[in-house]
Design a protein around this ligand. Structure first.
Ligand code: DGJ
Length: 723
């Protein structure tokens, strides 16, 4: 059993071998979280909560007509799990509503249940538990003076050091209420001596590692773009000030959601911290009488051993319980994408010629990117017209040739978008998610659809269903090239426009869900102008995501390093282009740490370049599956220190290891030893640097001697294999 309720003490203990999460229910029905951390079997609530000044704990009891005192509660510093009322807590709330009975909220315990399994949903993404491994504690809380209920649940798995939170609001009032905020996570800490790590970015510079001290006041990390965004990623780590990759306490937070989001992290003068994560600021959602509202599923990871462990926990979670791979074969194939090779300028002959040359670099999957549909010769038209431009490309011929060359075939789409210059817009202008008279701004000449309108989703589905049933397509790259702002849903009343982003994001999920059900073998790759929608919600439906439009290998080191804090390389699309900064071998080695492929004109490759590529392809075929796709990642040296980049990845059985090392400095004369991690200290490994065999403990404690290898921007891959 991993959830215990101690009735006498009113304490719930959620735990596995490594972690404990305690919930204390006081006599007034308030729920607090006295402890979240390393496994702890003995807890004393009074000694945690007694701070010997209590004026903040008094209230006026309406029934008894006298003052009451809340035991073990201090309004401004208690660790509430459902902080709901400004009346007793001036820190930010995790829920805010408007209703005919006012906006004040005060939720108290009604009941709880403990069960095997965990919540799952029809459309909203969730952590999968097909084997019913999880245990869940679910509370029902009621607002003291209104018929509004909250269902809060906490789920734990025995082999993952994390807690999953779910939140549902049920409106049993006789009239609608309007939710302005309902967060997925709310975590209070009885301390505020933290650093914070987050991942700001921009187009072609996604998820840049940023570590700073958490100062007093409120820090907000948001996306206001209708998608999880290039600008910020829905992932934050709070950690000890002296914590690093391998040492110190660290807590990671994220949720399964692809729309706008908002983290508020508040460090108070009372020396406590409150972190919340939820839907974006635009929310104003009407919940009718007897209806419910679901917040996206939230995740809180804990590591007593620094940030590396946070990442490895999340990588396992994502690979085993979030992503559901449709087509194992396609997933592991070397890919060639046409985009950077020819952009929109191709015809049937160009593509057929590409295929001949693609064969030479080991391509097993060819993806025809943007430009094959409608009248799409320039990027200001045809989004929405998902039928083949037969005067430009003979798709049958292309697919036939792919198959003859033993390659699979993939195609690009951007289903949530529309150009005003399109057949779709002429036919169904009301599907557009904006008001025409606003002269709304275009981005890349395009606008977006209102995916919250089921008629629009059904129409796009039927067009894509036709396409995917007519042609033998194994892989779909699904793009999203503008942010959602200035929106207006023509199918909603004015008072309901604050529902746009939530409904639009659900529409995105509904469309991909329907397509996946109809075409269970097609591999769907997510993309949003590169990595503008890289999140756990997308990964529930897509097997991998295009990491960034930046293919420069050195810039990529930074992007891939930042991305790896939450997302495993197996879900991170990574291609080699013909940028001239480094040689092909280097570019390929860096791209190898992701779902691997090329994005170039293969006809232009020299024989020498083809040879370099083939050399790396051999490593790919031998090690990529066990080590990169399925193994454990150890970050050794951060490129953000502007000297070196180094990681190693070790197969789960610890028999193989790949070390990727890049030098960002001019050649130096210094000695340089790279200590590895993750190996079995007792196993013997042969390394490809000097072909010697050493015990794991040698590599862990002495390291690889890289003193001879310090050319600027040089990248090398060293293979270790059990001898
Ligand atoms: C943006 C994507 O990130 C690129 O890879 C490419 O697919 C273009 N869109 C096509 O328009």
């Amino acid at each position: 059993m991993s959830i215990i309720f101690n009735k006498e003490l009113n304490i719930f203990h959620i735990f596995n071998n490594e972690i404990s999460y305690y919930i204390y229910l006081n006599e007034n029905g308030m729920l607090t979280n006295p402890y979240f951390g390393k496994r702890l079997d003995d807890i004393d609530i009074d000694s945690i909560f007694d701070i010997s000044h209590d004026w903040q704990s008094h209230y006026f009891d309406n029934e008894k007509k006298e003052e009451g005192e809340l035991k073990n509660i201090q309004f401004n510093s208690s660790p509430f799990i459902a902080p709901t009322s400004l009346a007793y807590d001036t820190r930010h709330n995790f829920i805010e509503i408007n209703s005919e009975k006012g906006s004040r909220l005060d939720f108290r315990y009604i009941s709880h249940r403990i069960y095997k399994g965990k919540p799952q949903f029809d459309v909203l993404p969730f952590v999968r538990d097909e084997d019913e491994e999880a245990n869940t504690l679910e509370f029902t809380l009621k607002e003291k003076q209104k018929e509004i209920y909250l269902q809060l649940s906490f789920t734990i798995f025995s082999d993952l050091n994390l807690i999953i939170r779910n939140t549902k609001l049920i409106n049993k009032e006789n009239s609608s209420i309007y939710i302005r905020r309902l967060d997925s996570l709310s975590q209070d800490f009885l301390r505020n001596d933290f650093d914070i790590i987050h991942f700001p970015g921009e187009w072609m510079l996604e998820r840049q590692l940023c570590r700073e001290s958490l100062e007093k006041g409120e820090k907000c990390i948001v996306s206001r773009t209708g998608r999880s965004s290039h600008e910020n990623n829905p992932f934050v780590i709070l950690l000890d000030k002296d914590a690093n990759e391998n040492y110190g306490e660290a807590y990671g937070f994220s949720f399964l959601w692809s729309g706008s989001f908002r983290f508020d992290i508040e460090s108070s003068l009372t020396n406590v911290t409150r972190l919340t994560l939820g839907l974006g600021e635009e929310l104003n959602f009407e919940v009718k009488s007897n209806d419910e509202f679901l917040a996206p599923e939230g995740i809180m990871v804990y590591s007593p051993y620094g940030t590396g462990n946070i990442s490895r926990t999340l990588h396992d979670l994502i690979r085993n319980r979030i992503v559901k791979e449709a087509n194992e074969k396609v997933y592991k194939e070397i890919l060639l994408n046409s985009w950077e090779g020819c952009y929109l300028n191709f015809d049937t002959k160009t593509v057929l010629d590409y295929l001949d040359s693609a064969k030479l670099i080991g391509t097993k999957l060819f993806v025809l990117d943007d430009g094959w549909f409608g009248k799409r010769d320039t990027d200001d038209r045809s989004l929405g017209d998902w039928f083949v431009n037969e005067s430009k490309i003979n798709l049958d011929l292309v697919i036939e040739k792919c198959h003859a060359l033993n390659m699979d075939f993939g195609i690009w789409i951007e289903p949530e978008m529309i150009n005003q210059n399109s057949e779709l817009y002429k036919k169904y202008p009301d599907f557009a998610g904006f008001l025409e008279h606003n002269e709304s701004f275009l981005s890349r000449h395009q606008q977006f659809l209102n995916m919250g309108d089921d008629n629009c989703v059904d129409y796009i589905y039927s067009e894509l269903e036709k396409l995917l049933s007519t042609y033998k397509i194994d892989y779909v790259k699904w793009d999203h090239n503008r942010i959602i702002n200035d929106y207006y849903a023509k199918n909603l009343d004015i008072k309901n426009q604050g529902e746009f982003i939530y409904r639009n994001t659900l529409g995105y999920y509904k469309l991909i869900k329907k397509l996946r059900e109809k075409f269970p073998k097609i591999h769907f790759q997510g993309c949003a102008s590169g990595g503008g929608r890289f999140d756990l919600g997308t990964l529930f439906y897509f097997s991998d995501i295009w990491t960034s439009d930046e293919n420069d290998p050195i810039q990529r080191l930074f992007i891939q390093y930042g991305t790896s804090f939450i997302y495993p390389f197996s879900v991170s699309g990574s291609h080699v282009n013909d940028n001239k900064i480094t040689g092909f071998k280097e570019k390929c080695l860096i791209a190898l740490f992701g779902s691997y492929g090329f994005e170039l004109d293969p006809r232009k490759l020299s024989e020498k370049e083809i040879e370099e590529i083939k050399e790396v392809n051999e490593i790919y075929l031998k090690y990529h599956n066990d080590v990169v796709l399925k193994g454990d990642l150890y970050r050794l040296l951060s490129p953000f220190d502007m000297k070196y980049f180094a990681i190693d990845m070790v197969s789960k059985d610890k028999s193989k290891c790949l070390v990727l090392f890049s030098n960002l400095l001019k050649k130096g004369r210094n000695r340089f030893y790279l200590k590895l991690q993750g190996l079995d200290k007792n196993k013997s490994y042969k390394n490809s640097l000097d072909n010697k065999v050493h015990k794991g403990e040698f590599y862990l404690n002495v390291g690889l001697n890289l003193s001879k290898r310090l050319e600027e921007f040089e990248t090398d891959l060293i293979v270790l294999e059990e001898a």
